[in-house]
Design a protein around this ligand. Structure first.
Ligand SMILES: Cc1cc2nc3c(=O)[nH]c(=O)nc-3n(C[C@H](O)[C@H](O)[C@H](O)COP(=O)(O)O)c2cc1C
Length: 205
């Protein structure tokens, strides 16, 4: 486990660092955190402190290598991705984790993929995690300009992240500023290899 945890110090993690302001962590931490995928009986399994140990060790190793200001973490509460199951106590575990991350990462970024068919992350859980973490808090998933403005104005988040609209609109910021129509996402080219669907959407005339 010590070798795995120290990997963020090595390529390709290192390669991702110089041009990027922060280094996000995802997927493997999710599988450690959830009891359905983490059946370990050592100190990296069991209660939430054990299941979260991998995440917190990776955060510690990564921030020691490149600095707290360059490490963010993206968490997916209520995500059933890759068959990781939801469970009683899940919300409490994520709030506990958010508290452990206080002061230890540059931001916490919450994934809510309810617009893609996943169970929604309740507003109450987002609010509790925001309070527990206490730092820069990012929400994402299914946002348009209006909802992004509203959620930031309501104090639900410091920032909102956007995926598919930005992919389909290289000039999304300008379009949002002008209230212009957006290119629709071509779902047939998502998660496919090659440039098509990633680099060929048109900017506004
Ligand atoms: C083609 C594609 C690739 C993605 N790859 C990742 C990824 O590697 N890591 C990740 O955390 N999210 C990934 N996502 C999810 C997005 O970051 C985002 O959470 C999701 O698209 C919902 O936000 P949206 O409604 O603004 O698109 C990907 C999404 C798409 C469409």
């Amino acid at each position: 486990m010590r070798a795995v945890v120290s990997q963020p110090r090595h390529p390709p993690f290192n390669a991702a660092c110089p041009p990027d302001p922060v280094l996000p962590c995802h997927l493997l931490p999710l599988q450690f955190l959830r009891p359905s995928s983490n059946t370990r009986t050592d100190s990296y399994g069991g209660d939430v402190a054990g299941r979260a140990r991998f995440i917190l060790d990776v955060v510690a190793a990564t921030t020691a290598a490149i600095g707290v200001e360059r490490v963010g973490i993206r968490l997916s509460p209520f995500s059933p991705f890759n068959d990781v199951a939801l469970y009683d106590g899940l919300a409490d575990d994520y709030v506990w984790l958010a508290e452990q991350l206080r002061g230890r990462v540059q931001y916490v970024h919450i994934v809510d993929h309810s617009s893609m068919g996943s169970p929604p992350v309740p507003d109450s859980v987002k609010a509790a995690m925001r309070k527990a973490y206490g730092g820069t808090f990012i929400l994402s998933g299914g946002y348009d300009a209006e909802r992004a403005e509203a959620d930031v104005a309501a104090g639900k988040a410091d920032l909102v992240a956007v995926g598919r609209p930005f992919l389909a609109n290289p000039d999304l910021v300008k379009r949002w500023q002008l209230g212009a129509a957006l290119n629709a996402v071509d779902f047939s080219t998502l998660y496919t290899p090659g440039e098509k669907g990633y680099l060929d959407y048109a900017e506004m005339a």
